[in-house]
Design a protein around this ligand. Sequence first.
Ligand code: NAD
Length: 264
Amino acid sequence: RGTLMQGKRGLVMGVANDRSIAWGIACACAAQGAELAFTFQGEALEKRVRPLAESLGSTLVLPCDVSDDAAMDETFARIEREWGKIDFLVHAIGWADKQYLRGRYLDTPRDAFLQAMDISCYSFTAVSRRAAAIMNPDGSLLTLTYLGAERVMPHYNMMGVAKAALEASVRYMAADLGVDGIRVNAISAGPIKTLAANGIGDFRYILRWNQLNAPLERNVSIEEVGGAGLYLLSDLSRGVTGEVHHVDSGYHVVGMKNPKAPDI
Ligand code: NAD
């Protein structure tokens, strides 16, 4: 067990189960001595998240639906009562009506678009504002994004548009919070089989395509995203803010299909 995160307290939002990216980041931080709190969305997930949290020595496990301002106020008030200040926050939350995560982006109706934007983009701004108000200098805020923000990916549709807005919000918040010594960054993860990924059309094909065509010729794990998360949340990345860091086996640098890859 290392000591990189000794004395730091952080809130992890977005664990649904032990395959969640948030869980990979939580484990990496806990292994370096961080003290963690967790939020979960809805009672159904509590029975999964609470034992996971407890396995890392965490007893602060709170409900929080990020579409609900009052719920977020309550969560951060409770964190402040328990801890006073926090040092970092992980936002690994995204959602879109999966009915529209196939077919044409063009056909997205307004209400589905706004809901995806609300949960997948605005919620990071909403929790960051509350977290920054109780954050120590040298604090770090982290969210998760995907290459579909930068390029067109089949079926990613309005999530790509929401992630593009999320990445822009990382840059604007980095500028807002730099004066307080608080950093804001994102990890752009390669495809990983999680609950959220299940909603995306042809996800198995996307996984296979990335595996065959990424420079490392494999997909990434939540442990690898966890390692990069640890870096961005710790003092190792003290000079880094407003960054979108790719953890995708290098897939984002590739311009064409790997000529050695078999057809799929
Ligand atoms: P996941 O299903 O394990 O996590 C998604 C989390 O979002 C869940 O814990 C869910 O409860 C939470 N959530 C959804 N709506 C919410 C709401 N209204 N209030 C509170 N929480 C809510 O899946 P994951 O893949 O670990 O997703 C984490 C993040 O990583 C997401 O932002 C996702 O877009 C991003 N991401 C995932 C991949 C991938 O391939 N899995 C790749 C790049 C980025």
